[in-house]
Design a protein around this ligand. Structure first.
Ligand code: NDP
Length: 281
């Protein structure tokens, strides 16, 4: 059977179109979702991310409030802004683009966001809610995007052996949690894991969130596996590639996500979903 190349661009566009229709309905009821986006400093990659988030808001009909602050902004100033936004009725979601300049304590900032406006789902309250299996609040964007990609490709998670390589707070741990909530049998691997190849080879669903170009090779993949590639790596020739050796793994897989155009576009779509949710919660 031919391998399914999971089209993240198309699926994320479908989600954005669904949200656009939902927002039109909400506006008829007098509700206009609003997202505050805070960028501190001049990190070029962060500027691109923030601009893409604002564009997505515009497309869906979410009002965006933009705060572009200089690099030397103090922690106190940023905390004060967040405190104000926590109390602003028109702002339903608050997003602080990471990384922050080194003189600002990221944890302190993330903790200061009202959990009911924490659309990135980084606040320990929301992380904890996911851990205890309460999925009615915000879902972490990249992990939730991965689950959507799998489900919208009509792939069953229940009962499947799921292996996640990577244990970061942003991707590895939360995606493992969501797979578990969807009744997968989950193994989490990391840099100290022994027999990584053998463990990966048992996976029905393999999620790679490592940050190393083409790390997962064909000999680590079971025939008929579903391969989800979270990695974004820039090669010397300037091209982007994932953590999975796409060319050599794709013929073995039942389904695979490309890089770019797989998991990447889903993150913003799921952020938008959280913003709409925030307006009606
Ligand atoms: P981190 O660097 O925080 O985590 C990487 C993980 O990979 C760690 O848990 C590390 O293990 C593990 N690892 C590193 N080397 C090995 C190895 N040799 N064998 C097994 N495990 C290993 O990265 P992130 O989770 O933040 O991101 C991972 C990738 O996903 C990056 O390429 C990033 O750019 C991309 N990304 C993509 C997003 C998207 O929207 N598509 C969103 C977020 C990230 P240990 O804990 O032991 O160090």
């Amino acid at each position: 059977m031919e391998t399914l190349i999971i089209d993240g661009k198309k699926i994320s566009q479908d989600i954005k179109d669904e949200l656009k229709a939902e927002v039109e309905d909400l506006k008829k009821k007098g509700i206009e979702p609003g997202l505050a986006v805070i960028l501190v400093g001049n990190n070029p990659a962060s500027k691109v991310y923030v601009s893409n988030k604002k564009k997505a808001c515009e497309y869906i009909g979410i009002r965006s409030f933009s705060y572009e602050l200089p690099e030397e902004t103090s922690e106190e100033e940023l905390l004060k802004l967040i405190k104000d936004l926590n109390q602003t009725k028109e702002v339903h979601g608050i997003l602080v683009q990471l990384p922050l300049p080194k003189h600002i304590d990221e944890n302190k900032i993330l903790l200061s966001i009202d959990p009911s406006k924490d659309v990135d789902c980084f606040h320990p309250y929301n992380v904890g809610m996911i851990s205890i299996g309460e999925l009615n609040g915000f879902l972490p964007c990249t992990p939730a995007g991965i689950i959507e990609l799998i489900k919208r490709s009509q792939i069953e998670i229940e009962g499947k052996k799921c292996v996640v390589v990577g244990r970061s707070n942003i991707v590895g741990k939360p995606v493992a949690n969501l797979l578990l909530r969807n009744n997968g049998t989950v193994t989490i691997c990391h840099s100290r894991t022994k027999n990584l190849k053998e463990i990966c080879k048992e996976a029905d669903i393999l999620v790679a969130a490592i940050g190393k170009a083409n790390f997962i090779t064909a000999d680590m993949v079971k025939d008929g596996a579903v391969l989800i590639d979270v990695g974004i790596n820039r090669l010397e020739n300037g091209k982007l590639c994932g953590d999975i050796d796409f060319e050599n793994c794709k013929d073995k897989a039942m389904a695979i996500t490309p890089v770019p155009g797989g998991v990447g576009p889903m993150t913003i779509a799921m952020l938008m979903k959280n913003c709409v949710k925030a307006a009606i919660m």
